[in-house]
Design a protein around this ligand. Structure first.
Ligand SMILES: NC(=O)c1ccc[n+]([C@@H]2O[C@H](COP(=O)([O-])OP(=O)(O)OC[C@H]3O[C@@H](n4cnc5c(N)ncnc54)[C@H](OP(=O)(O)O)[C@@H]3O)[C@@H](O)[C@H]2O)c1
Length: 320
């Protein structure tokens, strides 16, 4: 099969388009012909500095396609069925093998490109807001990097739940695109002081919850934006910086900073079933998995470079 591979970590141009052996299926696995690869934020970070667990390494968490074979122990999924799949690596390829536990059926009528962009961003955003963030109707949430895929999912889910939604992005143009998905107030964090703007918007109360997929230099602004009993769901390192922070403001305000990692819970019944439900919500038109742009799989390097130019709002896909 053809795949986008690399032999060393680095900038997008380490990605090559090559012939590699087909993946081998186990009894609990499905073999999928990939039709759309969703380039996750973690894929660009892994390319930059993650472990090369295969050599050459095929990066990538998430892809949608059609099952062409299923192991003897697989229940509930069969050949010919469309699925969206998640695994620790291997999405940037014509074929992939995943355990059936991290493959979700795509309902009839849902476009495979949109479906391919759902499990990780929506599953993660849901964990940040509800399981770990304990968001309630009437509360105010700040979503850092609102134009990221996790951010866009969080904006929509928070709005659906009856929250007031504030988000940051690195330009006004990016913020303007978020209005259609439930954004109430936008903050351009390239130009404005986030915590000062939050205090203006919330009448000096601060927010109840921050979803922070950026970390690094952004995390102090998340802490400074919290109100009494405010919570932070720290979920990523998109800023590509070390995570050093002064937590001195947590105790006096009964505030909390919680790490969120979908990978540790994705195979539980709770999260597996919730992701299937979220796929249904997109299929029903109540949530949107926004696709920014598609590239051929052979142009994976250009696609990664485009994402790192920070122009994308929502997902960039590779099409084998
Ligand atoms: N813990 C988990 O379970 C989990 C699950 C999913 C994702 N994540 C993490 O969450 C983060 C976001 O993921 P995603 O898939 O939503 O990412 P994405 O769609 O690729 O978006 C990332 C966004 O981060 C912002 N950003 C801030 N500083 C940046 C920098 N130095 N370089 C590039 N972008 C920067 C950009 O928006 P602006 O230009 O508007 O700032 C960019 O659009 C990633 O770190 C990812 O690894 C974690």
């Amino acid at each position: 099969m053809k795949a986008a591979v690399y032999y060393e970590n680095g900038s997008p141009d380490v990605l090559k388009y090559e012939d590699v052996p087909d993946p081998v299926m186990g009894p609990g696995d499905v073999l999928v012909r990939v039709e759309a690869v969703s380039i996750e934020g973690g894929d660009t970070l892994n390319r930059l500095g993650g472990a090369l667990v295969t050599r050459p390494h095929i990066v990538g968490y998430q892809a949608g396609g059609t099952i062409i074979d299923a192991g003897d122990q697989v229940k509930g999924l069969k050949r010919g069925q469309r699925v969206v799949t998640v695994n620790a690596f291997g999405s940037h390829a014509e074929l992939r093998v995943v355990n059936a536990r991290t493959a979700w059926a795509i309902p009839d009528g849902l476009d495979i490109q949109a479906a391919s962009a759902i499990p990780v961003p929506f599953g993660t955003a849901h964990e940040c807001l509800f399981e770990f963030g304990r968001l309630k109707a009437g509360e105010t949430v700040l979503v850092q990097a609102g134009a990221s895929a996790v951010g866009l999912a969080a904006i929509q889910l928070a709005k659906q739940a009856g929250a007031t939604v504030i988000a940051t992005a690195s330009s006004e143009v990016r913020l303007a695109k978020l209005k259609a998905y439930g954004l109430d107030h936008g903050i351009d964090y390239a130009k404005q002081d986030v915590a000062q703007e939050i205090m203006k918007i919330t009448d000096n109360k601060g927010v109840n919850l921050v979803v922070d997929p950026v970390g690094g230099a952004t995390l102090p602004s998340s802490l400074a934006s919290l109100g009494y009993r405010g919570r932070i769901s720290l979920v990523g390192n998109a800023g590509r910086e070390t995570q050093k922070v002064d937590v001195g403001s947590l105790m006096p305000g009964n505030r909390s900073l919680t790490g969120v990692f979908l990978g540790a819970e994705i195979a539980t019944d709770r999260v597996h079933d919730n992701i299937q439900r979220l796929i249904g919500e997109v299929a029903a038109g109540r949530l949107t998995a926004l696709i920014d742009k598609t590239f051929p799989l052979s142009e994976a390097a250009a696609a990664h470079a485009y994402i790192e130019s920070r122009k994308a709002v929502g997902r960039v896909l590779l099409i084998p």
